[in-house]
Ligand binder design. Structure first.
Ligand SMILES: [Zn+2]
Length: 161
């Protein structure tokens, strides 16, 4: 079942500061592209002097739900508001039963190792990945694909189906 997102109510809930930051991102053309994921939508937000943040928004059984790399104090960060605005501008068809990324079924071993990786400082993690990619062509092409095109995930899903 498709649902509507009330962007005005969302902006009210986010507050003026978050909305102002979100509007700056929107004016800057962020996110550059959106990708459907789990009945919701993802995008990568890039801003000067900041690491790229990947954010997911969707409507789950709990209502409007967001997940973002930025670890903001509030549920509703500027990245989530900017992504939602971009998806609405795109006419995205929201599912009412979306599955957040964190709930998606993952191999327990992958989940454990992912948790380990998440505990690393970003620079150290980047160095580790760079060192692996330099010694392993599979890793290198995976890294280049991720870095070169943020739509690669959606494209892969299409190829598999
Ligand atoms: Zn965020």
């Amino acid at each position: 079942m498709a649902v509507r997102i009330d962007i005005d109510a969302l902006r009210d809930a986010a507050g003026a500061d978050v909305c102002a930051a979100a509007d700056e991102l929107t004016v800057a053309g962020q996110p550059a592209e959106i990708n459907p994921a789990g009945g919701g939508v993802t995008g990568v937000i890039r801003a000067a002097g900041k690491p790229p943040y990947e954010v997911w928004v969707g409507v789950t059984a709990d209502g409007f739900t967001t997940e973002c790399d930025c670890a903001a104090d509030t549920d509703l960060c500027a990245h989530a508001v900017a992504l939602t605005a971009a998806a609405l501008a795109d006419g995205f068809a929201w599912s009412s039963t979306a599955t957040p990324w964190s709930d998606a079924a993952v191999d327990p071993r992958v989940a454990e190792l992912t948790a380990l990786a998440q505990a690393l400082p970003a620079r150290r993690l980047a160095t580790l990945v760079g060192e692996w990619a330099a010694t392993d062509p599979v890793w290198e092409s995976a890294l280049r694909a991720q870095a070169g095109h943020s739509a690669s995930r959606a494209a892969t899903e299409h190829d598999d189906s």
